[in-house]
Design a protein around this ligand. Structure first.
Ligand SMILES: [Zn+2]
Length: 281
């Protein structure tokens, strides 16, 4: 949602969860093969141009997509620290850099928002030629995250509470590690603060990406007018169009069973405290 709001600013393009372009869009074995424009990713004019631009001669789209997915396996969240500390070498860094440049060429965008959520890729982009990174580390209360994962969705899998908590801890520690290496271009933001005052939160991000004077797409009442987008996978709210109000999803407060809530609080306690969630108990 934040990516789609930012994309209402001139010069900003939101790619969605770009990492899944090949798995979902070409191989069709991911969670969701539709672009935010409604077309199949491989049939979307934008993504078919980008996919063709980064595919080497002599490889079919399916062969290349299988290659990319295997290269991505060398850059997972657990590799974030290693990727952060070493120069980027290998086919996935080359492919990701070429993809960003192809997107910029096809869209004319100055800023490409990639909401893939892999801290390893976030660490990687600081090493890519011609790419200047800016990071938004968006944190949500892990009890809200656990509740969200418990509910079945048609665009992603389901996780148990233990699994959700381990992932939440790992993803946040990895994101913090990237932030420590790039404090001047790193912004940590809570989902709850974003939904409480989206206009102020978006203003902070516009400043981060070097557009402090841009017209804020969020009105004073928290409403935003959403246009078309070309996003790779993600929450189905990416298909929303027209006037949209951003609101916090508070379902976990009544829905998450008490034992699961306690388990999450205990497991995530140090980070819960660091991110200021203990005040909300
Ligand atoms: Zn599209």
């Amino acid at each position: 949602m934040l990516g789609n709001v930012l994309a209402e600013t001139p010069g900003v393009f939101h790619a969605g969860e770009l990492r899944f372009l090949w798995l979902n869009g070409v191989l069709g074995t991911g969670s969701n093969g539709r672009c935010g424009c409604g077309a199949d990713l491989a049939a979307c004019p934008l993504w078919s141009d980008v996919l063709n631009a980064v595919r080497p001669a002599g490889r079919t789209p399916a062969e290349h997509a299988a290659d990319v997915v295997s290269w991505q396996a060398t850059c997972r969240t657990r590799h974030t620290w290693r990727v952060r500390n070493r120069p980027a070498v290998g086919r996935w860094p080359e492919t990701l850099a070429a993809t960003y440049h192809a997107i910029a060429a096809a869209t004319g965008a100055r800023v490409v928002v990639d909401s893939s959520k892999y801290a390893s890729d976030a660490a990687l982009i600081a090493h890519l030629d011609g790419v200047r990174p800016a990071y938004v580390h968006l944190v949500r209360d892990p009890r809200g995250v656990a509740w969200s994962w418990l509910r079945p969705k048609d665009y992603t899998g389901r996780r148990g509470v233990l699994n959700s908590n381990w992932h939440w801890i790992g993803f946040n520690l990895a994101a913090e590690a990237v932030g420590r290496a790039h404090p001047e271009t790193y912004l940590r933001m809570r989902y709850e603060d974003l939904t409480h005052d989206p206009r102020a939160a978006v203003a902070r991000v516009l400043e981060l990406i070097g557009s402090p004077g841009a017209v804020n797409p969020v009105a004073a009442d928290g409403a935003v007018e959403l246009g078309d987008n070309h996003t790779v996978t993600g929450n189905p709210n990416r298909f929303a169009r027209g006037p949209t109000v951003i609101r916090e999803d508070l379902g976990w407060r009544s829905g998450l069973p008490r034992d699961k809530r306690m388990l999450t609080t205990v497991m995530t306690f140090p980070l819960l405290q660091r991110y200021g969630y203990l005040r909300d108990m």
